[in-house]
Write a protein that binds this ligand. Sequence first.
Ligand SMILES: NC(=O)c1ccc[n+]([C@@H]2O[C@H](COP(=O)([O-])OP(=O)(O)OC[C@H]3O[C@@H](n4cnc5c(N)ncnc54)[C@H](O)[C@@H]3O)[C@@H](O)[C@H]2O)c1
Ligand SMILES: [Zn+2]
Ligand SMILES: [Zn+2]
Length: 362
Amino acid sequence: MKTATPSEPKADMLGVVLPGNSTTELRSFAMPEPGWGQVLLRMKSSTICGSDIRAIYHEHLGKRPEGYQGVIAGHEPCGQIVKTGPGCRCFAVGDRVIVYHISGCGLCNDCRRGYMISCTSAEYRRAYGWQRDGGMADCLLAEKKDLVHLPDALSYTDGAQVACGFGTAYEGLEKIGICGDAAVLITGLGPVGLAAAALCRKLGARQILGIDVLPGLLQLARDLGLCDEVIPSGPENVAAVRALTAGHGVERAVECSGHPQARATVISATRRWGRIVFLGEGGTVQFQPSADLMHDQKTLYGSWVTSIWRMEELVERLVRWQLFPSSLVTHRFPLERTDEAYALMASGRCGKAAVCFDEELV
Ligand SMILES: NC(=O)c1ccc[n+]([C@@H]2O[C@H](COP(=O)([O-])OP(=O)(O)OC[C@H]3O[C@@H](n4cnc5c(N)ncnc54)[C@H](O)[C@@H]3O)[C@@H](O)[C@H]2O)c1
Ligand SMILES: [Zn+2]
Ligand SMILES: [Zn+2]
């Protein structure tokens, strides 16, 4: 949808960087000028991902070129085009767009598959909010090849979450396959886990079980009708899941915490011939490959973000399903209060926190 032509951007803009030590810094930046194949977006919504908290906000994990390079943060951006550079076929001023959050070289095998997240070019792979400026600013400079049109039925805050949280969950679920016969276990009910639960509902899962350590998130998952049963994290989790599934265990499991105990739980609580996907990052896991996985004919997938074509597929399905990711957003902040948004996400006492602009702040 092309809404009223947005006003020309100003000479300067504000943006937020994450210096580490659980701090944020609001700085002034020159307004970027789109070059060939680039667009300038007026930011409308920029949501915070658990990866930001884990790998940039508290401390800077990861080594160059994968490490955070002191740029404007925010890798879940969604906005409206206010200026286009030369060569911008298919996108024009006024268009509402989601940004696939990694700009790849475009030519390696992974980029050609649409999985720029896995781009193998150390020179050209640049994640928005990590190695090039991201969405926590008034405006964002993006490559047209990284954009997906946002359907009219979705808000910018719906779109922002497609970029990482929902896209990641959708990819994982497509890898393991969800059908009407499946009982699904989800460990970690942060935004990725809640997105997985919401998508499992629409994909027709028979029974959705959720585990987290935080009572507030267990309650939220219940209140939103995303999980049929919620279980506080603990040593008896496998027994609890078996008790809720007539002793069998679940057909499918989605690990969204990155915690070693939760990883071991999903492996053990999945029934014979079942499928498991690991989405939570970092940390370790201990299990016995023969006894816990191979002899029960289980399959374990690893999955990293998604492809740009699957992101397009997801936005189409979200509209068809009337599933609005913004329903997971419990708190919205203006750019000037980004510090509060990160601190809240780090506390875990919320659903998803979003930094919003203009009409998305209301
Ligand atoms: N694979 C990918 O492509 C991808 C993409 C985005 C995020 N991630 C990762 O996915 C994870 C989830 O992201 P998020 O934004 O929801 O983060 P989050 O930190 O909000 O969610 C993690 C949740 O796991 C819970 N948890 C911790 N220990 C647990 C345990 N033992 N059992 C059950 N739950 C436990 C936490 O309470 C929290 O609610 C993070 O590790 C993030 O880095 C991966
Ligand atoms: Zn992310
Ligand atoms: Zn590439």
